[in-house]
Design a protein around this ligand. Structure first.
Ligand code: NAP
Length: 259
């Protein structure tokens, strides 16, 4: 039985990891609110999920990388009186190169989408969830959150913020009936890396995980209320190994890999 007014909201749900998460929720008969920039892709995904799974799909076209881009999401949800059971802050962008070489304004776009939009949506929807004493928030960071990342400094530091914020909120909302998890994937086979200008060697391409495997792991562990979700044993080992070595060595390895 589908509850018509209750939704799972996924930013960046039209492609990559977000699309795979949306597919799992759709298969589980959860209505979806999908947010992305490209309207044609959104319309395609809406028709596909509604036809294949008989759920209701709302789409919100907005650019989360611009100042206050997230406000459109809140306006639509308020106007249509939707109840958001699960918020998945998945949309994110990256960049490649030294900070001083980055095209002006790109750092601001990354901060707007990866940090500001995620924070404002988390705050807004957590208040609603607290009123109902029910809900879940899944924020997507990266294994990059655990280390300093020369040549991807803004991206790595934005994900460190996401991890730190999400861990804190996990504990703040515990006991109020709200699950909060931070998903930290390693490299994934999506168009993200290409869009960010990251060039991968043939060897490193072998370590890319499938977005569908990431989504399945995230769905399972989020349902259990796990604070930090690291998909794949190689990524778990990477994080463990990174804790055991000096941070200066970790940065040197990343700079070498990014050169
Ligand atoms: N792929 C990886 O290697 C990897 C590894 C670790 C963590 N992650 C994280 O996982 C998340 C999802 O990444 P992905 O690999 O699935 O990326 P992706 O395949 O590039 O998909 C990104 C999604 O976000 C939407 N999006 C991008 N810019 C947007 C904007 N300005 N406003 C609104 N929506 C926007 C895209 O739709 P439109 O293009 O239509 O806007 C798309 O639906 C990100 O937070 C990323 O940092 C990725």
């Amino acid at each position: 039985m589908i509850n018509l007014n209750r939704y799972t909201l996924i930013t960046g749900g039209s492609d990559g990891i977000g699309f795979e998460l949306a597919t799992i929720y759709a298969k589980n008969k959860k209505n979806l609110i999908i947010v992305a920039k490209n309207e044609n892709k959104l319309k395609y995904v809406k028709a596909k999920f509604e036809n294949e799974y008989g759920i209701s799909v709302e789409i919100i076209q907005c650019d989360l990388s611009v100042d206050k881009g997230y406000e459109k999401i809140i306006e639509v949800v308020e106007e249509k009186n939707f109840t958001v059971d699960n918020l998945i802050n998945n949309a994110g962008i990256g960049s490649f190169g030294f900070l001083h070489d980055l095209e002006d304004g790109l750092e601001e776009k990354i901060i707007n989408i990866n940090i500001v939009a995620l924070t404002m949506l988390t705050k807004y929807f957590s208040r609603k969830m607290i009123e109902r004493r029910q809900g879940g928030i899944l924020n997507v960071a990266s294994t990059a959150a655990f280390m300093g990342g020369p040549k991807m400094s803004i991206y790595y530091s934005s994900k460190a913020y996401v991890l730190s914020l999400t861990e804190a909120i996990h504990d703040e909302l515990k006991g109020l009936g709200i699950r909060v998890s931070c998903l930290c994937p390693g490299p994934v086979k999506t168009s993200f890396q290409e869009k960010a200008g990251i060039k991968k060697s043939e060897k490193s391409k072998r370590y890319l995980m499938d977005a569908s495997d990431i989504a399945q792991c995230a769905y399972r562990e989020f349902a259990r209320g796990k604070a930090i979700i690291i998909p794949g044993y190689k990524n778990k080992l990477l994080i463990l190994g990174n804790k055991l070595i000096p941070r200066a060595l970790s940065r040197r390895i990343i700079l070498k890999n990014n050169s």
